[in-house]
Design a protein around this ligand. Structure first.
Ligand code: FE2
Length: 247
């Protein structure tokens, strides 16, 4: 790790600062062990301490979730990308099965890296300035759902009804119609255009089981208390400003 040079790959007009695609996430150039040097994705630091979301989300969960689970997605993505490059460089090794297996591994871990990067930035300590719903996003939510309470009730119902097993619950904004809606994805599948992520909630058991056991409703209430509405509002502003061709 001694010769790591940080390079920020912030591409695109709209999604870059919000990390909604893999190209938006930072890489480092690792020239310490191989030649030529390779680029690797890195685990992003949390914008708060592991304890900062207590009592809603325990430090134990946050530490494990970030340092073990998210780190594993990053490591497995980097490993599979290197392996795919090696396989593609040697025709005799590039069997259809091998390439497909690596692409599947990349798809899964790429989603895990994108989804968790969005999730961390979408949370903030309860009672912090970031935790206040306001501005255009508040107006849009009240206009469509009537109140923040009705919005959360409908969001939780959608997530609990649709996510079976491991997956994610989302509030998304369509960059073409500017409409807000709910969505869910399986496993680590990410959200894709024309939808942009406004809020994401990790519904894998590793996100809640140590604290909430099988009570997903209580976990959702806990996440609701630590949502970063400032970040969500900025993502919504970005959605209002751009179209699918400009992100
Ligand atoms: Fe997770």
């Amino acid at each position: 790790m001694k010769h790591l040079v940080l390079v920020a790959l912030l591409a695109g007009l709209c999604t870059a600062q919000y990390g909604q695609s893999l190209d938006d996430l930072p890489k480092i150039v690792d020239n310490s062990t191989v030649s030529p040097s390779i680029e690797k994705y890195v685990l992003p630091a949390l914008p708060y301490e592991y304890e900062a979301l207590e009592p809603h989300i325990s430090a134990q969960i946050m530490r494990l979730h970030h340092k073990a689970h998210h780190q594993a997605y990053v490591d497995n993505l980097n490993k599979a990308l290197v392996e795919l490059k090696e396989v593609e460089g040697k025709e005799e090794m590039a069997t259809k099965e091998k390439v497909e297996a690596l692409e599947e591994t990349i798809h899964f871990n790429r989603g895990g890296h994108i989804n968790h990067s969005l999730f961390w930035k979408g949370l903030a300590p309860a009672g912090s300035p970031e935790s206040i719903l306001q501005g255009d996003l508040e107006k849009a939510i009240i206009s469509k759902w009537g109140s923040a309470d009705e919005f959360s009730t409908a969001l939780f119902r959608t997530i609990l009804g649709r996510v079976r097993g491991s997956g994610w619950g989302w509030v998304v904004c369509n960059v073409d119609t500017k409409e807000l809606s709910f969505g869910t994805t399986r496993d680590q599948d990410p959200v894709s255009l024309p939808q942009l992520v406004i809020l994401g909630i990790d519904m894998w058991e590793h996100a809640y089981y140590l604290q909430y056991y099988n009570n997903k409703q209580n976990y959702l209430k806990a996440v609701w208390a630590v949502l970063n509405w400032k970040e969500a509002g900025e993502r919504y502003a970005s959605c209002l400003k751009h179209s699918a061709t400009s992100v």
